[in-house]
Write a protein that binds this ligand. Structure first.
Ligand SMILES: C[S@@+](CC[C@H](N)C(=O)[O-])C[C@H]1O[C@@H](n2cnc3c(N)ncnc32)[C@H](O)[C@@H]1O
Length: 175
């Protein structure tokens, strides 16, 4: 019985440590609201079959699921392996959706990317905008950013709906 509690305690400590460590690399895990996502994908940006969405820091996969329901293909990028596992289980019956375990600041976007979703933090949002602009320049077309809760400093959003902001990055009017 003692061995059970020892192993149980060790697992809890490892899980807590993982969530703590990933909070240091960026925004901590807080899921977006499913109903607000539904509004964002209809009233802010009409997400559809034409779209390939990347969720930067995809958490438990709630955004990927909502995007897929609108017909978009979706890729989640998540640094916390436990959340990646949870997403894989949650979305096992969905095609056109995948999730990878890595730091999104070190990745290249697929060429078909049309829209990025981010629920980051105030510290990271401008770095995320810079990353998207660079990737848009590489793939040769602008990319929309839907940002939950955080505005890009020094840039006016094209549109706002409740907590979500819409930006078009990497177009002709961008550097
Ligand atoms: C606020 S949660 C948002 C989760 C999901 N996008 C949503 O809206 O429900 C932020 C997520 O980003 C992940 N994250 C933070 N920094 C990251 C990084 N540099 N690379 C990959 N994932 C990161 C965290 O582990 C966390 O799950």
């Amino acid at each position: 019985m003692e061995a059970f509690w020892f192993i149980f305690g060790a697992i809890i400590i490892i899980l807590a440590f993982m969530f703590l460590m990933t909070a240091f690399t960026g925004a901590p895990y807080v899921p977006s609201s499913a109903s607000e996502l539904e509004e964002a994908f209809t009233k802010l940006y009409k997400l559809g079959k034409k779209d390939f969405l990347i969720d930067l820091g995809s958490g438990d996969g709630v955004v990927l699921k909502a995007a897929r329901k609108h017909g978009a293909k979706a890729l989640g990028v998540e640094i916390n392996p436990i959340l990646v596992l949870l997403t894989k289980i949650r979305l096992r019956k969905y095609d056109g959706v995948s999730v990878i375990c890595r730091n999104f600041f070190t990745m290249d976007f697929p060429a078909e990317t049309t829209v990025v979703y981010a629920f980051g933090d105030s510290r990271d949002i401008n770095k995320i905008a810079t990353l998207i602009k660079k990737q848009a320049a590489k793939i040769g077309h602008p990319i929309y950013l839907i940002s939950n809760a955080f505005e890009i400093r020094g840039m006016e959003a094209q549109k706002r709906h409740r907590a979500h902001y819409l930006y078009k990055l990497g177009g002709k009017d961008e550097d």
